[in-house]
Design a protein around this ligand. Structure first.
Ligand code: G1P
Length: 277
């Protein structure tokens, strides 16, 4: 039912300068795989095969990554290196990649609105590739969210509890647990990056969303909010006021690979899982 996944990927990645001067932050590798490839794999595992990527200047490496590299493939054909391209080859064969460019950086809400041309009038998923999610045994986070969407047919945001002094790094929700669940909330308020004293809870939105297409009209009319940017959180609040947003406390781990600490933590975690330690 959810066929498309939007990846906002136009940001500068200033926290990783100078690495991100000429390399998109979405292409930074955790072990041998770029962040955005983890995101695309998660979308595929949720049954999605159309990737809608909102890029910007200096992001061409993303397009090249999800394309065939004839010269390279010719060079390593028949050698022991050939299987190293199996995973990315499988993604290229399975998925359609579509792109549009965000020419001005006016916030996450603006990036999503820029992607409208790739999505159209259907509900869609959003992955922020620098939130890297990992599951040991459970279904991938986006797959869990698709099941929630299929039950409630409204927008869904993934949440996790954060320490009270970290609320100013996230969109924070308030809501009530839906009867009979211990992980699914009907949202009635949300605030972008509130100071701890103004935060309605410690339930933070992480970079996984399912959005209904009316979000585009709302975003068109959303004024700049926190930091002078058009905030997705503000647009979602309009849906929440009508009872049309669910927050889901996902099962699994999430690494904030948009910051050096989280990136190193993810690298260590994946390395030890990979080595079986
Ligand atoms: C964005 C959203 C924020 C959300 C976060 C998750 O912020 O605006 O609501 O909690 O992603 O990673 P950013 O991290 O892009 O500043």
């Amino acid at each position: 039912m959810i066929k498309k996944c939007l990846f906002p990927a136009a940001g500068y990645g200033t926290r990783f300068l100078p690495a991100t001067k000429a390399t998109p932050k979405e292409m930074l590798p955790v072990l041998t795989k770029p962040l955005i490839q983890y995101g695309v794999e998660e979308a595929v595992e949720a049954g999605i095969t159309t990737m809608a990527i909102v890029t910007g200047r200096g992001k061409r490496a993303i397009e090249d990554h999800f394309d065939i590299s004839y010269e390279l493939e010719h060079q390593i054909k028949g050698t022991s290196k050939e299987p190293l391209l199996d995973e990315i080859r499988a993604l290229i064969n399975q998925c359609t990649f579509t792109y549009t460019r965000q020419t001005e950086m006016k916030g996450l809400g603006h990036a999503i609105l820029t992607g409208e041309t790739l999505i159209g009038q259907e509900s869609f998923a959003v992955i922020l590739a620098d939130d890297l999610c990992y599951n040991d045994g459970d279904a991938p986070v986006l797959k869990q969210m698709v099941s929630i969407y299929e039950k409630y047919h409204c927008s869904v945001v993934a949440i996790e509890e954060v320490p009270a002094d970290k609320t100013d790094k996230y969109g924070i929700i308030a809501g009530n647990l839906i009867d009979g669940t211990d992980d699914t909330y009907r949202v009635d308020d949300m605030v972008e990056k509130p100071n701890p004293e103004d935060a309605p809870s410690n339930l933070a939105i992480i970079g996984r969303y399912i959005l209904t297409p009316d979000i585009f009209d709302i975003l068109r009319n959303t004024r700049p909010g926190k930091g002078g940017e058009i905030q997705l959180t503000d647009a979602l609040l309009e849906q929440a006021k009508k009872g049309r947003v669910i927050a889901y406390k996902f099962k699994g781990k999430r690494f904030d690979c948009g910051a050096v600490d989280g990136f190193v933590e993810a690298t260590n975690y994946f390395y030890s899982s990979f080595k079986g330690c």
